[in-house]
Design a protein around this ligand. Structure first.
Ligand SMILES: N[C@@H](CCC(=O)N[C@@H](CS)C(=O)NCC(=O)O)C(=O)O
Length: 207
């Protein structure tokens, strides 16, 4: 059975949500954050100490965007994937990776320098600069959503899970007042999905 190591509301929410969308059986290991410090025996399972960790037989993956692609391709066919012969294939890959590399990367700097570092090492300047970075990247999402309900292929796909997680994190960072109406509506659409609600329920029930 697939095993997923997860901390509440962390990037591992991407694979958790994807597993719910695919209706796969899996075992969820919910860890305190950061596991490196608060559950030291996790380092024996994943020496990086990071989550997600997805184990599927001999496969071990630690990158949330790659796990979305893996699950869609390995456990398809599914409408959550876009076929390489489809004109939307490049957009699908692009938005899966944009969600992590361009949206969540600046968010982690905001989190780190406004909340996680000891007081003396916090930096409002860094937090403000990367808030601007994040909001300027979010404009790319707004442009797509002004004409579309989803990021690509005219349907909900793994790309929406990747981008949707960045919106979840933006809300935890209290940045949602900066969402454009298109982005705010998109968030409402995504977070009303039964599979999103079920993933969210599982991470809370296990806490
Ligand atoms: N690029 C990786 C990042 C994984 C990562 O850094 N996860 C964070 C949580 S969101 C983590 O485990 N932090 C704990 C630590 O660094 O000790 C992904 O997309 O999964």
């Amino acid at each position: 059975m697939i095993e997923l190591y997860h901390c509440r509301d962390a990037r591992s929410f991407r694979p958790l949500w994807a597993l719910e969308e695919l209706g796969l059986d899996y075992r969820l290991h919910l860890l305190p954050f950061p596991p490196r410090v608060r559950q030291a025996d996790y380092l024996a399972v994943n020496p990086l100490g990071t989550i997600p960790l997805l184990i599927d037989g001999s496969t071990r993956m630690t990158e949330s965007a790659a796990i979305l692609e893996y699950l869609a391709v390995r456990y398809g066919p599914t409408p959550l994937a876009v076929d390489p012969t489809d004109d939307a294939y490049g957009a699908w890959l692009n938005w899966i990776h944009f969600g992590e590399a361009s949206l969540t990367f600046p968010q982690t700097l905001i989190l780190r320098y406004s909340r996680f570092e000891p007081e003396a090492r916090r930096s409002q300047q860094v937090a403000d600069d990367y808030t601007q970075w994040f909001l300027s990247r979010l404009r790319a999402i707004d442009r797509v959503l002004s004409d579309n309900d989803y990021m690509c292929a005219n349907r909900f796909t793994m790309a929406d899970i990747s981008v949707g997680y960045a919106l979840l994190l933006a809300r935890l960072l209290k940045l949602q007042d900066n969402f454009s109406p298109h982005v705010a509506d998109y968030w409402e659409r995504l977070s009303a999905r039964p599979e999103f609600l079920s993933a969210n329920g599982k991470q809370r029930a296990n806490a």
